[in-house]
Ligand binder design. Structure first.
Ligand code: FE
Length: 182
């Protein structure tokens, strides 16, 4: 994968792939997360991060039921590293940190755990479980941790079957605008 065209083609094809155990496709999930980011007035890089946060699920070979089989696909790491070809830390870090953001939210907000889907609860354990106090403090002190927490919140709600969103092409100019300087 070399160009932004390749990246967008990968995401477009994900319109045919289920988002893990959820009731939407990977593409629908990406578009709903990006739409939520836009609606909240997030910075362009954060909108692009929301759109691309699960790209790592599309490039690994574990299948979409990895968590069911007890495998953590580490999609936040593979996704961030792939996206580093095109984008800077303002896009890649919220993505790399969006799984740890779940571990942080579970500790920081009493009610957060109760909104997690069964699939998210299952993967939480594989991802290291709820942070202890030192882990939580270290997480939130990192640059881009707040954006990662925002991405994580959109991630939790961007899975509504049939919800209307802009098409993928709507986000292409935004992605081009936040490309990292070569
Ligand atoms: Fe997601």
């Amino acid at each position: 994968m070399q160009t932004l065209d390749d990246l967008f083609a990968l995401l477009e094809r994900a319109g045919g792939e289920q988002y893990g155990q959820e009731a939407v496709t990977q593409l629908a999930h990406a578009l709903q997360c990006a739409q939520l980011a836009e609606q909240e007035g997030a910075a362009p890089a954060t909108v692009v991060a929301a759109l691309l946060h699960d790209i790592g699920h599309l490039i690994h070979e574990f299948g979409d039921d990895a968590a069911l089989r007890g495998i953590d696909d580490r999609h936040e790491v593979s996704g961030a590293s792939l996206l580093g070809r095109w984008f800077g830390a303002d896009v890649t870090e919220p993505i790399r940190l969006h799984v740890d953001a779940k571990r942080w939210l579970c500790r920081a907000e009493e009610k957060y755990f109760s909104i997690l889907s069964p699939a998210s609860v299952r993967s939480l354990e594989l991802q290291g479980g709820v942070f202890d106090e030192a882990g939580a403090d270290a997480f939130i002190a990192q640059p881009h941790a707040q954006a990662a927490v925002a991405v994580r919140r959109w991630d939790d709600i961007g899975k509504i079957p049939g919800l209307a969103t802009p098409p993928l092409a709507h986000y292409r100019p935004l992605a081009e605008a936040v490309l990292r300087a070569a």
